[in-house]
Design a protein around this ligand. Structure first.
Ligand code: GCU
Length: 674
């Protein structure tokens, strides 16, 4: 059944001509070694080619006519292709002539590189691309490409909308179900090379011996796929687990405890990646509780993993105390002064925006502001604020927009991508993380289309210059079929879908107006929560005269956290991108937008446009019924109906609430409430 379990690795039967073409380029798989990684690569090829063509290629030692030749310098010293600059994970794919016979060489410096090359070739095979005259070289631009699971040890997933955790902690380490291998295959296929197993809101228990053994069992499964395991840690673990009196990072006993703990972990998991830390944020303990800085805390942990080659990812998502003024400023205020103080195996992990994974946020002002510190990007793949499991809101454009944003840190062209890939400031340690949207649902991600967000994250982590559109195209071809009558309209649907959600939820730079706690659905009216920065009214600041958060000098002056060239432009509504207008400015309801309409009319118009886009997606999808299997067709059709109803709900509730404040009529031509 097409229940989505196979993700983009469906390897659907190709039509006759295409099957013949694939077979002609994969008559045999030639490989000298039988390492676990190359065995996985060969098995993947055999399974895929069998499914696409009906015939599995034979395994051979030497490259015969029409073979796929998997090679590293270890197994084939005189390779007819240069492997320079491909590093340990990159690969080359080349159509060569081997003694008069056509052969496709997939070569790399390591077995893992070969595996990545195999998945690239399979992508070509699945998407209908040419398989001859290949001359491809590819290496990842970012070193650490990680999923962050917000999975709890009790099996629930924080902000997870695809069922319970896929980690079956009860039955690990003894029972290792096949899903773990499929998870590793899917991640390796898009170049993900690490996974943080547990929630950033960590429990100390994850560092006890039984859980280390469970993590080690997973690490053993993932290792052949080039995926390392990492753990989130709770700052007070030494106190909770072993009764230490303090968790002060400068206390020698505390440092010794972490060193011993790291030694234990590395005994069980020799290639353990390192620690992820959420400290002094949302009630989590941290070094500031002992009047120490985030750098003091990070460096103490870094010293514990350093002898083993491990790293520490220290999160900059902090808002520990009340921020009556502007919560968006705290991370910068806490971290910018620490630039240059972090050990060389620490990365500071920064969310894409300064608040919290909103449908649209300006890029986080820390990007470009800490040149001496490797900054790791944190995106959210799970759609906490974007319709969760049901809304079709493809996140590729959100990721792309952030990576392409210009920080102006070193003049024009200092993009966020260049900060993250290390090229702007010359960092060799680089990373990007995506908060996973994975659970035990058959389709892994809560919907077929949510799988595209996992896929897009991995592809952009490998190469941040890829476009969201080209990624959508690949994904649609592999997930459904390479038939252009399907791919074209599906890509169009996907590409506008995130902007549509911005339109019906938070147009023109509004933010954080979602329902309290669950963050699903509209609640711009909420004003009575304990902390100022939890209340939606704190963010939109609507009053009789206008709406929006003044972050210029007359307000919180958060714009001063950006590079001067950018800050100057953001100081003036006329030179602020309209998509971020109300993020930076409080403006009168009759402020004129570029279109000539008033701010109020423009808001209403955008709410309407968002709802209409969803209706368009419904029409497009209905027209694709003949080209999609019934099961996946029906799921998407039903989810689009939910989305349409909820887009309408967002629109009506938002407009009604703002009208109760500004008493303005609906503009001529606007739809009445549903
Ligand atoms: C958001 C989210 C929390 C999460 C936090 C984090 O606030 O709602 O569930 O713990 O981000 O990133 O740490």
């Amino acid at each position: 059944a097409e229940d989505g379990y196979d993700l983009w690795l469906r390897y659907a039967p190709a039509d006759q001509a295409r099957a013949a073409d694939i077979s002609a380029h994969a008559r045999a798989i030639a490989s000298r070694t039988n390492s676990p990684t190359l065995r996985a690569a060969s098995q993947e090829l055999q399974r895929a080619i069998m499914r696409m063509t009906g015939t599995a290629p034979a395994l051979a030692e030497t490259p015969t006519a029409g073979a796929l030749w998997l090679a590293t310098p270890d197994t084939a010293p005189a390779l007819p292709v240069s492997l320079k600059a491909l590093g340990t994970e990159g690969y080359a794919i080349r159509s060569i002539d081997q003694g008069g016979q056509p052969v496709t060489l997939i070569a790399a410096n390591s077995d893992i590189g070969v595996l990545h090359g195999v998945f690239h070739w399979l992508r070509l095979a699945q998407t209908g691309a040419a398989l001859d005259r290949l001359d491809i070289r590819s290496a990842p631009r970012i070193g650490l490409r990680l999923l962050n699971h917000w999975d709890n040890l009790n099996g629930t997933v924080e902000r997870g909308y695809a069922g319970m955790s896929i980690w079956d902690w009860w039955r690990l380490p003894d029972y290792k179900g096949p899903r773990y291998t499929d998870y590793a295959r899917a991640n390796a296929s898009i170049g993900i090379n690490g996974t943080v197993l547990n929630n950033v809101n960590a429990k100390a228990d994850s560092l006890t011996a039984p859980y280390i053994a469970k993590a080690a069992a997973l690490a053993d499964i993932f290792r052949p796929y080039g995926i390392r395991v990492y753990l989130s840690v709770k700052w007070t673990a030494p106190m909770e687990l072993d009764g230490l009196e303090t968790a002060d990072p400068l206390d020698p006993q505390v440092a010794a405890w972490w060193k011993a703990k790291a030694d234990d972990i590395y005994r069980a998991i020799p290639d353990f990646g390192g620690f992820l830390v959420k400290a002094n944020s949302e009630g989590q303990p941290g070094p500031q509780d002992y009047d120490r800085t985030h750098a003091d805390g990070a460096n103490m942990l870094a010293a514990a993993v350093k002898p083993h080659g491990g790293i520490v990812m220290w999160r900059a998502f902090v808002y520990a105390h009340d921020n009556p003024d502007d919560r968006a400023k705290q991370a910068f205020a806490d971290f910018k002064p620490l630039d240059g103080q972090f050990a060389d195996n620490v990365l500071v992990q920064v969310k894409n925006g300064a608040i919290d994974f909103q449908p649209r946020e300006p890029f986080h002002p820390l990007f470009g502001a800490m040149p001496k510190t490797p900054l790791m990007m944190e995106f959210q793949i799970t759609k906490e604020y974007l319709g969760q499991s049901t809304h079709l809101t493809y996140l590729g454009p959100l990721f792309e927009e952030t990576l392409d944003a210009d920080t102006y840190a070193k003049g024009k062209g200092s993009t966020v991508a260049k900060v993250v890939d290390g090229s702007l400031d010359g960092h060799r340690l680089t990373g990007i993380a995506g908060v996973a949207n994975i659970g035990v649902d058959r389709d892994w991600s809560g919907s077929i289309f949510n799988q595209a967000d996992w896929y897009a994250f991995g592809r952009l982590a490998w190469d941040p210059d890829l476009t969201a559109e080209s990624i959508a195209r690949e994904w649609a071809a592999m997930t459904f079929s390479p038939d252009p009558r399907l791919v074209q309209p599906v890509v169009v649907m996907m590409m506008g879908s995130r902007e549509a959600a911005v339109d019906y939820m938070t147009p023109l730079g509004l933010a954080h107006v979602m329902g309290t706690g669950h963050h699903y659905g509209p609640a711009p009216w909420v004003s009575d929560l304990a902390r100022p920065e939890w209340n939606p009214v704190y963010y939109h600041k609507a009053d009789a005269r206008g709406i929006g958060f003044d972050r210029t000098r007359s307000g919180s002056n958060a714009i001063a956290q950006y590079a001067p060239a950018l800050a100057r432009r953001l100081a003036d509504p006329a030179t602020t991108p309209e998509s971020e207008l109300l993020w930076f400015h409080h403006l009168p309801w009759d402020y004129r937008l570029k279109s000539g309409e008033t701010l109020w009319n423009g808001l209403v118009h955008r709410y309407d446009r968002g709802v209409a886009y969803v209706a368009d997606m419904q029409r497009t999808w209905n027209s694709l019924r003949p080209l999609v299997d019934p099961e996946r067709f029906a799921q998407t059709q039903a989810f689009l109906a939910i989305q349409h109803r909820e887009a309408q709900w967002w629109r009506d509730a938002s407009i009604a609430y703002f009208q109760s404040i500004n008493h303005l009529p609906l503009p001529a031509g606007a739809a009445p409430p549903a």
